[in-house]
Design a protein around this ligand. Sequence first.
Ligand SMILES: Cc1cc2nc3c(=O)[nH]c(=O)nc-3n(C[C@H](O)[C@H](O)[C@H](O)COP(=O)(O)OP(=O)(O)OC[C@H]3O[C@@H](n4cnc5c(N)ncnc54)[C@H](O)[C@@H]3O)c2cc1C
Length: 630
Amino acid sequence: MIAQLAVPPLVEIAEMRAEAEDFHMSSSRETGMLLRTLAGSKPGGRLLELGTGVGVGAAWLLDGMDATARLTTVELHPEAAEICRTMLASDPRAEVVEAHGIKWLEAYTGPLFDLIFVDVGQLKYERRDLTLSKLAPGGLFVCDDVIWSPEWDPAVRPSKDRVDKFRAEIFAQPGFNVTLMDWGSGVCIASRLIDPDHPEYDGARRVWNGLVDRRPALVARCSGTADVVQAVRVAAERRPAVSIRAGGHQVAGSAVCDGGLVIDLSAMRGVHVDPASRTARVQAGVPMGQLDRETQVFGLVTPGGDVQGTGVAGLTLGGGIGLLARAHGLSCDHLRAVEIVTADGQVRTADPHEHPDLLWAARGCGRGLGVVTSLELDLGVLGPMVAIVEVYYPGDRAEPVLRAWRDATEALPDTVTPMAVLRGLPRFRQVSSDLHDRPVVGVGAVYAGPPAEAEAVLAPLRRLDDPVIDASGVVRYEQVPSPPAVVTRAFMKSHFLSELTDDAIRTLLDQEARRIRSGTEVVIRTLGGAVARVPEERSAYPHRAARFNVNVNAMWRDPGLDDAILDWCRSTWTAMRPHADGGVYLNFSGLADEAEAMLDAAYGASAARVDSIRRRYDPDGVFGLAARQP
Ligand SMILES: Cc1cc2nc3c(=O)[nH]c(=O)nc-3n(C[C@H](O)[C@H](O)[C@H](O)COP(=O)(O)OP(=O)(O)OC[C@H]3O[C@@H](n4cnc5c(N)ncnc54)[C@H](O)[C@@H]3O)c2cc1C
């Protein structure tokens, strides 16, 4: 394999220079290949090499780095530093520093590094603490020469004891995931976790819902699949509670756990759209708004949620109900494949041919199967401009409006997925500020087709009564989901309904009369259409027959309102129970313990099969906590 390796020209030049200078300590080609791969996982990253030599390692790193990444390489010997400086003179990404490595690191106060490759004995063995202190969370510490060999050059080789001691110590290093590879002269890769003493700990444990206050023992901020594999291997070995964080928007706060390990994917933000096959490959930390921006470049969409900040991963693995549902189905209906790291640390592709059971479960019941590192999604055609309905009717007309809305909805084609919301009136320039937050019924929809044909189709939703304001129009599709909301206190819990009866409407309005203002609302989404047409064997999502989802929703800031708002939300949910079909949506399933109690209702008829798939891939329950939470 090595013989067939295409060696970058700069590496060949550096190797020739090493030969000419009789310098025998350069990185091997195996190590070089690995460095190049790891450098490629840090787009825009800051890389540091300690011990430049004549630049072989630097040449490999530069070959893997993108145009925005930067490499600082530090070399003690002036002649070697000069050779390397001359060789790299034309590459603006590289800076060669001639300095004593320890002194340079001690004096260094700049930003932390995303990857440090160490080829200086002391900084690898005795002063490793100093080297590691300059590594950013999620950053990689890499060094070679960690499996001693009698064949190493006796003039420069470290003692066997020194190398063996390194190996024993590095595994005990707190706050790092460590992998040792029998590759080249033995390679060690350690990624930095975030523990409670780390200055970024509080930021790393915070999720979108400010009601959640959990204190994990460690946060593994992953920058790619390799980091996830390491984190999963550590989890399988040491068996902490494990939670998985993508967009961090699940209101139950299941992305973080107390006392355990958080596998944090939020920095994995790559999106690649292939307009020819109409697919997108999306890394697990990508929020919905970013995906929409990328797909809209090509006039393509995948159905997502109503806000830009939710993670594509959590949303899709839990189903994904949005404003295009009746036309395009759920987000999970567009899931072609996932890359997933299972409990045994294997990276698997789950698609219709390989591990189809995992793909089936990932479509809507995707908690606790493993860590999904990327999702491949089918795209549909829509945008960039779309016609929308946004009309607010007076709250005192809510009953006839909701009935008329329900009846109008029956007659609408699947290109419309109407939504109704009982809430306070948002601010509009055209409406007197006195009316702000007055009770209203909002009616919304996006037309999933050319705006030119939308007006007549959408008209019934705009004449349900005399509106307070009609803000309908034609907008860019990207602007339809609300911008990411700042971290707040939040609650969401829903029912599925097969019918929205007059009684159900009256129950909602009784609760509406007692609604605590300040951010509470009840959102009624329509389903059916494309959602109902997906056969059971294609996905685990179990609520295909439901016609409506009623979500009791609240976002507020004042902690003094916690009890009153939560009481109102829960009493509204309970009041609606007799009108519901028994199903609860995994992505809207309340807070912590209450959400765990909802899991049977959330998994419904798929529960037993999902469970057996989990047991097949995770017999020891490494992801047991994720499986028990929404
Ligand atoms: C303001 C707001 C608006 C919303 N709007 C909608 C909407 O319109 N439609 C809708 O359907 N939902 C909506 N949701 C709900 C949302 O879909 C869920 O909260 C979803 O879980 C968010 O995904 P996330 O990646 O941000 O979540 P996270 O909190 O990061 O993850 C939730 C859980 O999903 C699992 N998970 C996430 N990523 C992975 C992964 N890569 N591999 C394995 N498991 C993983 C984990 O078990 C994790 O605990 C909304 C939520 C909020 C807060």
